[in-house]
Every structure is written in structure tokens, then in C-alpha cells.
Write a protein that binds this ligand. Structure first.
Ligand SMILES: *Cc1c(COP(=O)(O)O)cnc(C)c1O
Length: 212
């Protein structure tokens, strides 16, 4: 992470490693916590909740996976940041539940950059409208954008998608929208993502191994 940041003269401290712990048991998660990781990401609410109670305080949890509407009430206020807001009805439900709990929920808008079918995320042409709508909801704090680019054997394959996202965020920022965070990059392409401006990288396999 530091090497990638230094290649493009970025401050490594502006990049947060979100350790993705899906499929990883609490004992193994404690090992990475002992190694200094305290921002953890899960991609399913049902899997996360028992781990959150098992591991106790001192961890910041992020939800990085698809969020079903009926799981919103369990997610709001539990996850510090929800990376996967991709439709207005989900944003509205998050806003409603956050209001009920008397909190402000931090979120990112997820984009399906390559318009892949079966992938979550708002289509590129719908991004600006959704971002504006989410930013206007009083109990959500929109912090930025998230992307999962098409699977590519070569990490360079992700670069145009990361670059596109960073440029869109910059344009929308100029329009007054607060999109300082870019969640992009996983085990295979986090270095490219950092070079392209990622502020949050989501890494599982490179830490825990495959199948752990
Ligand atoms: C699993 C997952 C990751 C981590 O992927 P790795 O390739 O294991 O690093 C990142 N983001 C999301 C949304 C995931 O579901």
C-alpha cells in the first residue's frame, strides 16, 4: 500500500485498508486485529452480526456487499460505512431507519461501471441523479463512491474503471457534492486502485489466503 501510494506521491495515511472478513472465523480475525487491523468489512449482514457481537468493541465495521431492503434495519448504526447503496428505494429505507435510531448513517454509492449484467451498482448514466438524491437525504451522509470492476486476470484491466470513477467523483465534487472517499481495489488490483486515487481498499484473499 505504501509503495503504491509513494509511486504517485500520495500520503499513505489517506488510504484505509478495509480487511474483508467474509468466511473468516472470529479467532482468525483476532489475529489480524493483533496485527493492527481495526477496520473490518463484511459483505452480508447475517454473517456479520454474530461476528460483531463475538469480537466486541474497538472495531469499525463496514458493509461492502449488497444490501437487501429487509436487512436495512439490522445494518443501520451497526456499520460505520455502507459501501453498497445502489438504488433510491434502498437509500430511502436507510434514511428512514437512521431517523428512527436518531443517527446519521455514512454511505457510499456503488456504481456498475461496465454495465455488467447480474452485478450490483447504479449504471453510469444513473450515477449523478442517484448521488444527488442520496446527498439530499437528511439522515444519510454521502461520503463517496464505490466500484467493483469486471474480473480481470491483469490488474491493469481495472485501471480504466478506477480512473473513470475518480474522474466522475472529481466532476461531481466540482458540482458541490461531497465525494471525498473512493472505495476501489481488492486483493488483485489494490495497488492500481491506490495509484488511481482509492481512499478505501477492500482486501480479503491477500490477507487470509484462498479458502483460508
Ligand atoms: C470479498 C470482497 C472483497 C475482497 O475481495 P478479495 O479479492 O478477497 O480481496 C472486496 N469487496 C467486496 C465487495 C467483496 O465482497
Amino acid at each position: 500500500m505504501v509503495a503504491a501510494a509513494e509511486r504517485v506521491w500520495r500520503d499513505p495515511h489517506r488510504i484505509t485498508l478495509v480487511v474483508v472478513t467474509k468466511g473468516v472465523m472470529p479467532d482468525q480475525i483476532r489475529e489480524v486485529m493483533d496485527a493492527g487491523a481495526f477496520v473490518l468489512g463484511e459483505n452480508r449482514v447475517q454473517e456479520a452480526l454474530p461476528k460483531i457481537s463475538a469480537l466486541g468493541p474497538g472495531i469499525t465495521w463496514h458493509l461492502v456487499g449488497y444490501l437487501q431492503r429487509n436487512k436495512v434495519k439490522d445494518a443501520v448504526g451497526i456499520f460505520e460505512l455502507i459501501h453498497s447503496v445502489d438504488r433510491l428505494e434502498l437509500a430511502r429505507e436507510l434514511d428512514r431507519r437512521a431517523a428512527q435510531k436518531g443517527i446519521i448513517q455514512k454511505v457510499l454509492v456503488q456504481t456498475n461501471v461496465a454495465r455488467e449484467s447480474g452485478k450490483h451498482g447504479v449504471a453510469p448514466e444513473g450515477l449523478e441523479a442517484l448521488v444527488g438524491e442520496v446527498a439530499a437525504l437528511p439522515h444519510l451522509l454521502l461520503e463517496g463512491l464505490m466500484v467493483i470492476p469486471p474480473l480481470s486476470a491483469d490488474p491493469e484491466g481495472s485501471r480504466p474503471h478506477f480512473r473513470w470513477l475518480a474522474q466522475r467523483a472529481e466532476e461531481l465534487r466540482r458540482g458541490g457534492l461531497p465525494l471525498q472517499e473512493l472505495s476501489m481495489g481488492m486483493s488483485n488490483d489494490f495497488e492500481v486502485a491506490i495509484e488511481e486515487g482509492a481512499t478505501l481498499i477492500r482486501v480479503g484473499t491477500a490477507i487470509f489466503g484462498r479458502g483460508h
